[in-house]
Design a protein around this ligand. Structure first.
Ligand SMILES: [Fe+2]
Ligand SMILES: [Fe+2]
Ligand SMILES: [Fe+2]
Ligand SMILES: [Fe+2]
Length: 399
């Protein structure tokens, strides 16, 4: 593959604006769409929301009017892209159904990135988070069966297994133990920077989604489970955002964001199975090429650096949604009892972790445990989708 976004020509910015008719995308078919098409939509929605919010924060730091005007112009296009992407989701899905899809994204995207990441410290960070979002999927799947009387296999379509990962009640850690060591902007491989941005954006959108939709349910157990998991997503965003080198200049961060948008649209264009959705990935790639060119010019002006000094000479292999069942089972078998201590990982429940756990759980079983007990009482067994055999950990087999 020789696609170099710095050498390709995109659509000029003044031709990127879409009218209402062009923005009125046809949603995917809720019953027949490829679950991984929905995963790609959810991922790109998170990426576009990060593009908008990052651009805003940058603009708030710009004393120069022309910079703020340029950023506003690009930001409006990012905002239209976000609408086009997220409106591909069909209105029929319930909040919980969409939640299952969000955790499927967190599982299969994080697993893929963990597999591809060359830096061992970063790889460990992805493997660690993977086992937690994988467990969220299992907790929500039990809630889904209990209150909507439907099965998660209708949503994840047997591409992703549903069974316990690292139990959700163990995810509550002291905030200082969620802050990782960043990569070094001067020596990190370009792919490592892209991975960190991608997962940070996806987790951030999951955090935002849960904090807004959690109170939309009436059932007490649903309201409580969303609170619990929303606070874990807060931890996950801290975990992943701290991987990005804070020494990057604002302009360097901007160019990394635009380059990552190019990379992901290109990846999804290459792997998309739905031709209508594929056309949107292609259109947006052509818009992002121009955003990248503009960001490069701003960096040249402010930092006096060339984009080639920072970015990869060509795009890495495409980000691919595919089953990661064997890989996840392997990580479960070796890392299930990990927690964090400072910026590292340990296997024992240290003192600060235990103190935090005691404070946050109080005298109650957390909602993530009660949801399983309640579903077992109601459905006669808990919900699982173990397509590859019994659970790799004896202690986590159904009892
Ligand atoms: Fe964008
Ligand atoms: Fe999660
Ligand atoms: Fe997460
Ligand atoms: Fe962009």
């Amino acid at each position: 593959m020789t696609f170099n976004p710095l050498e390709e020509r995109g659509i000029p910015l003044d031709r990127q604006l879409r009218n209402w008719r062009e923005l009125n995308v046809t949603p995917i078919d809720p019953d027949h769409a490829d679950p991984y098409t929905r995963c790609r939509i959810i991922t790109m929605n998170g990426i576009e929301i990060e593009a908008i919010m990052f651009n805003r924060h940058l603009a708030r730091h710009c004393p120069d009017l022309e910079d703020r005007q340029q950023l506003a112009e690009t930001r409006f296009i990012e905002a239209q892209q976000q609408k086009a992407v997220n409106w591909l989701l069909p209105g029929l899905a319930s909040v919980l159904e969409t939640t299952l899809a969000y955790e499927q994204v967190a599982t299969d995207l994080t697993a893929w990135i963990a597999r591809m990441e060359p830096d061992p410290y970063l790889k460990q960070a992805y493997q660690f988070g993977l086992l937690e979002d994988f467990d969220h999927l299992y907790r929500y799947a039990n809630l889904f069966e209990m209150i909507e009387h439907r099965k998660a296999e209708k949503v994840v379509d047997a591409l992703t297994e549903v069974m316990p990962g690292r139990p959700t009640k163990m995810h509550q850690r002291h905030p200082i133990d969620n802050v990782r060591e960043p990569y070094d902007r001067n020596t990190a491989a370009p792919i490592s920077k892209l991975h960190a941005l991608t997962i940070m954006s996806a987790e951030q959108q999951t955090m935002n989604f849960y904090m807004n939709v959690g109170p939309m349910y009436m059932e007490p157990i649903a309201r409580q489970l969303y609170q619990e998991i929303a606070l874990i997503e807060e931890e996950h965003v801290t975990h992943y955002e701290s991987l990005v080198d804070p020494g990057e200049t604002w302009w360097e961060q901007l160019i990394n964001h635009e380059y990552n948008e190019c990379y992901l649209y290109y990846s999804f264009m290459e792997t998309e199975t739905d031709p209508k959705v594929k056309a949107i990935w292609e259109l947006h790639l052509n818009m992002e090429l121009e955003h990248l060119r503009i960001a490069a010019e701003m960096m040249r002006r402010h930092d006096g650096r060339e984009p080639q000094e920072i970015l990869a000479p060509r795009l890495p292999a495409p980000v691919t949604f595919e089953p990661n069942k064997g890989y996840i089972r392997e990580v479960i078998a070796t890392q299930i009892d990990y927690t964090t201590l400072g910026t590292g990982y340990v296997q024992e429940a240290h003192e600060r972790f235990q103190r935090w756990q005691a404070q946050i759980h109080g005298d109650q079983e957390p909602p993530s445990e009660r949801v399983i007990d309640e579903n077992r009482a109601k459905s006669g067994r808990e919900y699982r989708l173990e397509s590859e055999g019994t659970h790799p950990m004896y202690s986590l087999r159904p009892h």
